[in-house]
Design a binder for this molecule. Structure first.
Ligand SMILES: Cc1cc2nc3c(=O)[nH]c(=O)nc-3n(C[C@H](O)[C@H](O)[C@H](O)COP(=O)(O)OP(=O)(O)OC[C@H]3O[C@@H](n4cnc5c(N)ncnc54)[C@H](O)[C@@H]3O)c2cc1C
Length: 381
């Protein structure tokens, strides 16, 4: 197998710039059909078993976060009652899907229903006028940087995988044996034939699909989103991991080693395009944008989360700002309750002959669709 990567290293772009949440569906109350929740649950239950198969016990060494409390924001597109009812349905789906594989989600017990916090608990952690309901969930995040490191190492040591770094795929054509045209160092053009081609290029995917004769046939959005991480000051009480729903809000992910990850939609989404190919957005933003993201994100979360309000921004250490494109079907942004961005189930593997295009939709879904794609290729051999 040959992997073409235009960067100097694989897993150096969105793979290391995400929040690492392994979604169990709680986030998607704005898809009351539950189709997104069902999709995420399947992906989440396939995630750790896939990594264990390919990384072995190494997966146990990757840091995972404290489980997320889901917080219904005062300006949520779904009321607290709607979220409460949605959570009951999601819990029912999780219990049914995990019954035959009780340890699949990082060994965690998924049978416990989300617990709603008392008013006293809610007031102690959040501004109760903005956090109108809070639910404990078992959803965790996995440190994306450590994960990318372990997967990258396993790929580069694999005797049957050849890595071609700094190789940009320009187009794919021809059937049944596909012809891949690559450009090397922006100069030399090379054509090569493969029995199967898998397009897993994320923000580069739609452009290559078009050269292979697969048109998207619907509107899409590329959004550039950043997030910040830092070491939580050891002297301050920590915040629980918290995800705010439903709409353009954000989250806080707390890792046991004090690494803390924050995003707030209005301060972290910095660009958006309907172009087939988005600009090559920088993984780390330049100044003054970098400092603005840190300031505005902490300020936004400070207004809701008491523990964040206690932070002195000037003394934070190990502050990093990283981000990347979010690729999704949709025409309007998530402040529109009817936006397709609230539904993430129309993703997966689309094959045309021996050409397979994989839209993982989320990190959560990548192993699940990788298996599906591999099975298709094996079945056709
Ligand atoms: C800020 C942010 C937070 C997120 N948080 C979460 C989260 O908490 N949970 C979750 O499940 N998902 C999350 N996501 C989504 C998740 O990060 C992505 O779904 C996932 O990383 C996509 O993986 P990928 O391997 O498809 O893409 P990538 O990791 O971006 O890999 C694609 C690779 O293809 C290469 N490439 C592109 N075009 C070409 C070309 N023409 N030729 C050669 N190489 C090319 C790129 O250089 C890149 O290395 C988040 C995304 C962002 C931006």
């Amino acid at each position: 197998m040959v992997i073409f990567e235009r960067q100097r290293a694989i897993l150096s772009r969105t793979a290391v710039a995400n929040e690492g949440k392994i979604h169990l569906g709680w986030m998607y109350a704005s898809d009351p059909s539950l189709a997104t929740a069902r999709t995420m649950i399947e992906g989440a239950l396939a995630f750790a078993p896939f990594l264990r198969r390919h990384l072995g016990a190494d997966i146990d060494g990757i840091t995972t976060s404290a489980p997320a409390a889901y917080v219904v924001h005062r300006d949520s597109q779904r009321s607290a009652m709607q979220v409460r009812n949605y959570f009951a349905e999601v819990h029912r789906l999780i219990v049914a899907a995990s019954a035959a594989r009780p340890h699949a989600y990082f060994g965690r017990d998924l049978s416990v229903a989300p617990r709603e916090w008392s008013t006293g608990e809610r007031m102690a952690a959040f501004d109760p006028s903005k956090a109108v309901a809070v639910f404990d969930t078992p959803e965790i995040a996995i440190d994306p940087v450590q994960l990318a490191g372990r997967v990258g190492e396993a790929v580069s040591l694999h005797p049957r995988i050849e890595l071609r770094l700094c190789h940009e795929v320009a187009s794919v054509s021809g059937e049944p044996a596909q012809t891949v045209i690559t450009t090397e160092g922006g100069e030399r053009e090379r054509r090569q034939q493969f029995a199967h081609v898998v397009n897993a290029l994320w923000e580069g995917r739609l452009a290559i699909d078009e050269t292979a004769g697969l048109a998207p046939g619907r509107p899409w959005l590329h959004r550039l989103k950043y997030g910040i991480s830092f070491r939580w000051p050891a002297s301050l009480p920590r915040s629980p991991s918290a995800t705010f729903v439903s709409g353009p809000f954000g989250e806080l992910v707390s890792y046991p080693d004090l690494t803390t990850y924050l995003t707030w939609y209005a301060s972290c989404v910095k660009d958006m395009t309907r172009a087939l190919v988005p600009p090559e957005w920088p993984t780390s933003p330049m100044e003054p944008m970098r400092s603005e993201i840190v300031r505005d994100t902490i300020t936004a979360l400070s207004s809701v989360v008491h523990a964040v309000a206690a932070i002195d921004m000037t003394s934070l250490t190990e502050v990093r700002v990283k981000g990347g494109p979010i690729v999704a079907w949709g025409e309007t942004d998530i402040d529109d309750p009817a936006s397709e961005l609230h539904r993430r189930y129309e993703i997966g593997v689309h094959s045309k002959g021996q050409y397979h295009s994989v839209d993982p939709g989320k990190l959560t879904m990548a192993p699940y669709f990788a298996e599906q794609c591999a099975s298709r290729i094996v079945a056709s051999a």
